[in-house]
Design a protein around this ligand. Structure first.
Ligand code: FE2
Length: 407
């Protein structure tokens, strides 16, 4: 028998990318996009975005365009399975036929879940989690494709959820953050408006911006990276590195705001070009499930320690990312260039006011949860592409070392 398995990942699969409308004032096209996708009554999924006026503005656009709507505004960060099932019941009870998701990744991902649940007989969302065991591609293959259209309108420049084919949610029974997938789960249209993005508070601009940076470096470092993702990630890393500081501290800077919008979407697209994520997202997801900490913030807390773990397996890629950031590397060896990436990340975290490490003090994370975190992560499909093989004792030591120290 001919052995075809010459590579760990012999076939690259890309995820579909939605139609994208990106630009100042693009939110005014939301009703047109609803009509084009036959939405007559939309459920707006959102956290409420209190104090911004964004939801009122979207409702006016829908009304003027002849689209009826209901609002479900109790979505929280790290959206919980029971919130999602409640939102699904509202969707059914109010006779909606489409989703308009307005907010950060949570609001967009809840919209995706509603559509997956609806296409699959109203089953609990936990059934659609992508795990290594049972194999996630077999789980996905058994699901019906989503048919309800979704217009996604991000208000944070970070998650890229508007263009990915996954939804990150908290399974409260398993104390785990899981990635939900189903055929056709990606947004139908992504409407990305810098006018909304500039209304983020400083800390969200920093935290979600660092999430975008994490998509850049994790998708680049992963073993399943491809030439498709290479180019887009190099540019995304450059744009984020050069604009995240300015945008964090001056959200009214038009240029920095727009570039963060482009870059955060590019990170999401690259994940869908087969690149995926790795140990920072994998461990960060589970820390969020246990402590409810913010996804982008915890990525920042983990990055220095977790990527030092990966460094020996990806020296060339760390060096390439230093070059992409525009650092003068004249005279440096490849190892020095790779080390420089860590120096730059440490300075960046300082400048956008994210404290590395100190997981106990920052999030109330406890040593007794380390075994649980490792076990869930080891069965998460994020662990599959991490550049360095997972060695249980080393990963647990890594988490222990970050409890009360920066890295
Ligand atoms: Fe992320």
């Amino acid at each position: 028998m001919f052995n075809k398995n010459i590579y760990e990942f012999p076939i690259l699969y890309t995820n579909p990318i939605p139609k994208i409308a990106l630009g100042w004032g693009s939110y005014e096209t939301i009703a047109n996009e609803c009509r084009a996708n036959h939405i007559k009554k939309a459920l707006i999924t959102t956290s409420g975005l209190k104090g911004t006026g964004i939801i009122d503005e979207v409702k006016v656009v829908l009304k003027n365009g002849g689209i009826a709507c209901e609002v479900f505004d109790s979505i929280t960060s790290n959206p919980k399975d029971h919130e999602i099932m409640k939102c699904y019941r509202v969707f059914k009870d109010t006779g909606c036929d489409g989703i308009v998701a307005v907010g950060g990744g949570s609001s967009i991902d809840v919209g995706k879940c509603i559509r997956a649940i609806d296409a699959n007989g109203g089953r609990d969302v936990g059934n659609f989690a992508a795990k290594l065991n049972p194999p996630w591609m077999e789980t996905l293959a058994r699901l019906n494709p989503c048919v309800i259209p979704q217009i996604s309108v991000p208000t944070t420049s970070g998650t890229g959820a508007e263009v990915t084919s996954w939804a990150a949610i908290s399974n409260t029974r398993e104390r785990a953050k899981v990635l939900i997938g189903a055929p056709n789960i990606h947004s139908t249209v992504a409407v990305i408006d810098p006018l909304f993005m500039r209304l983020q508070p400083k800390k969200l601009a920093a935290w979600t911006g660092f999430d975008a940076m994490s998509h850049g470096f994790e998708a680049f470092l992963t073993k399943v990276q491809s030439p498709y993702s290479y180019g887009i990630l190099m540019r995304a890393i450059e744009l984020i590195y050069k604009n995240i500081r300015e945008f964090t501290h001056n959200r009214m800077n038009r240029d920095a705001c727009e570039k963060m919008c482009w870059a955060s979407t590019m990170g999401g697209i690259a994940i869908g070009f087969g690149a995926g994520a790795g140990i920072v997202h994998g461990l960060g997801h589970q820390l969020s499930a246990v402590t409810d900490c913010h996804h982008g913030h915890v990525n920042g807390a983990l990055v220095l320690g977790a990527e030092r773990y990966n460094q020996p397996a990806a020296i060339e890629k760390f060096a390439a990312m230093t070059l992409a950031m525009g650092i003068d590397t004249t005279g440096m060896t490849q190892l020095e260039m790779a080390d420089r990436w860590f120096d730059e990340m440490e300075q960046l975290l300082h400048d956008i006011e994210i404290q590395p490490g100190y997981l106990a003090e920052q999030y109330g994370f406890k040593e007794e949860d380390i075994d649980h975190i490792y076990n869930v992560y080891a069965n998460d499909f994020c662990s599959q592409g991490n550049p360095k093989e997972l060695i249980e004792v080393e990963v647990k030591d890594l988490l222990k070392s970050l409890l009360d120290a920066p890295y």
